[in-house]
Each structure stands twice: as C-alpha cells, then as structure tokens.
Design a protein. Structure first.
Length: 269
C-alpha cells in the first residue's frame, strides 16, 4: 500500500498526485535504462513519521534496492514553510530506528534491501574505506568534496549553501564562474576558514566524543540553525541524530547476531 498524504510536492495552480507522477517517472527510467539505474531520495515530512513501514514497502514494490531515510533540512522550501520545525531529533530517531529494524526484518525474510545512511556510517565504523560522503568527513567536505555552480554563475561551497543563498544568506558563496579559477575558489580565505572550523578533532564536545572517529562536521547546517559554523553540539540536531544512529548500530552489532551479520555486509566488513 502506498503511503498516505502523497501530495507533499505540489504544482501551483494544479491538483496533482505527486506520488503517482514520481512512480510514473521511476517506471519509465527503469524501462528505458534498467532497474538498477535509478534511486529515489526520500525526505521525512511530519506526515511520514507514522508511515515508515509503508514507505519502505513502496520502495520494495518499485524494485528499488534501498532507501536513504533523511530528515528535513533547514534550507530552501523547508525554511519558507517552517516545515523543518514540525518535529525534533527525538521524533525523527524513533522513525529512523523503526525503519531500520523493519528493513533488517525484510532482509532476514529474504528481501535484500539497504538503508543507505547506515551503510555509509558502517563503512566508517567497520572498515578503512573512505565514504566520500561530505557529512562524514573531518574536515568537512564543504568546498572540498564538491563545488556547486549555480544557474546565475555564482559558485557555492555546497548545494545546501546554494539553497541558503536563495533565501538571502550568501555565507557560502565563494565566487563567480566568469572571474574565479578553481585555485582561487578552493584557496579562498572564506573556504579555508570554513574548513579549519570543521575539524571535529578540535571542536568543543566533538573532541571528547566516543563517536568522533566515525563522524564528521556539517558547518552549513550549524550556520543555518545556530549562526555559527562550529555550532553548540548539545543543541545540535545534526549531533543528536549522529549519536542516535551510531548508538543504535553499535547496539545491534553487539546484541543481535542476525542483524549484525546483515550490517557487516552493508559495511563491507
């Protein structure tokens, strides 16, 4: 059964079923390019919090091989509608834990399916392979793991920084494509300061955290929520989610042998 409230993405002036449109597009890509050539990135709205099993079932029904259970981020449309304030880290962690356990149940019953963020974290925890994922890097991957070129020629340290600029905050703008070189962008004082501020080994609270070797920094998130690229970690939703996910994974690895076997496969151990 498809999740309820399937019209989160709306088209101004038109009554459309965004879920049906998404399914049609997924099926079209699968038919033209192959079943393994598409993924569907989900974002947890308030209406999703009680429907994680139905959401996962829909991904399985569409022959998708996994899901990235993502919270709302404080950028772009989520800021304009104040949607990201409608639930906190603790409610999202309940959603995530329920979803991960349901996905593990599916695997034990013979349905191979992955929670992609858990896989990224497990790769950091269980192997020496880099993930490339910018939020699990220290220093942060902002500007180093990616540069974002906007339609108007502006260059940003990340896509989230670009979205902040759409609401009037140009903190993460590094230059313009017509005048900047790659060297001038990555060696700019602004980016060097951001990178230096994102070293978890030196950050208050992070330096003494048991999860620090497996974690990373998100200066854009902390600037957006606290107006400080380092952030006060006890007040950070990013920090609360990271600790919550890693604690859950360690608990499963330690106390649930069947789940641990699946998680180790995800992590490449």
């Amino acid at each position: 059964m498809a999740p309820q409230n399937c019209t989160t993405r709306t088209v101004p002036g038109r009554e459309v079923n965004s879920h049906a449109l998404a399914v049609r597009g997924i099926r079209l890509v699968q038919e033209r390019l192959g079943a393994d050539r598409i993924g569907a990135l989900m974002t947890t709205t308030e209406g999703s919090l009680d429907q994680v099993e139905a959401i996962v079932d829909e991904y399985v029904r569409l022959n998708l091989d996994g899901i990235f259970l993502r919270p709302l981020s404080p950028y772009g449309f989520a800021i304009k509608t104040k949607a990201y304030r409608r639930y906190g880290s603790s409610r999202w962690m309940e959603f995530y834990a329920r979803g991960l356990r349901y996905i593990l149940d599916l695997n034990r019953q013979g349905t191979p399916f992955t929670e992609f963020y858990a896989r990224l974290v497990l790769q950091r925890m269980l192997s020496d392979r880099p993930t490339g994922y910018v939020d699990l890097r220290s220093p942060a991957g902002t500007g180093l793991g990616a540069l974002v070129y906007n339609y108007d020629g502006r260059v940003f340290a990340s896509d989230e920084g670009r979205m902040l600029a759409e609401t009037g905050d140009n903190t993460f703008e590094l230059g313009r494509v017509e005048t900047a070189t790659y060297s001038s962008l990555v060696l700019s004082d602004k980016l060097i300061e951001l990178v230096a501020s994102s070293l978890t080994q030196c950050a208050p609270e992070c330096a003494d955290c048991v999860f620090e070797p497996h974690c990373g920094a998100d200066p854009v998130y902390h600037h957006a929520t606290q107006r400080d690229v380092v952030g006060i970690k006890p007040l950070s939703g990013f920090c609360a989610r990271q600790k919550g996910i890693m604690t859950l994974l360690v608990d499963l690895l330690e106390h649930s042998p069947e789940d641990a076997a699946i998680l180790r496969r995800w992590g490449g151990a």
